[in-house]
Design a protein. Sequence first.
Length: 186
Amino acid sequence: MPTSATGRAEKSAAKALPLEGGGLGGGEGRPAQKRGAEGVARSGFTLVELLMVVAIMGLAASAVVLAVPDPRPPVGDEAERFAARLVRAREEALLTNRAVAVETTATGYAFSSFDGVQWSPLTDGPFGEERWAEDTAARPEGQPADTPLRVVFDPTGVADAASLTLSRGSRAVTVAVDAAGEVRVR
């Protein structure tokens, strides 16, 4: 280490420069600032370094997007819920000794009951009007997509056979009511 005329150690200019890897140092590593052709100090990132950062961020973002689940319930869950409400409508017809109808449209379904004179909407308990989840298509089997489907359970629980196919994307599930009023999901 060089000393001055007074006997003190001199600090070199290299020790005062920050080094790559952090810290001030005693000459190890390279200085963080680079010198250009004109001898002017330059600092910053190279194009390759920036492109690598962008690529890593893109990979991280795609991993997050793929890991986030679809907030909509699966179409099978929606079909099961609809089938359960059909079963409940049949039970309502049996218990109250009056006809209960379920009318489905492209946007949802609603329940009504016949009191001997007129049909009245049912709104209590599980019989409130429901809308299909976003992007769910409901199509009565063997009929155009816009055709409403009406299933009527008579006071004995018997119904006209009907099927409704719920689909979203490539997944489709059919809810069927047979002539005995039994409800099945397939």
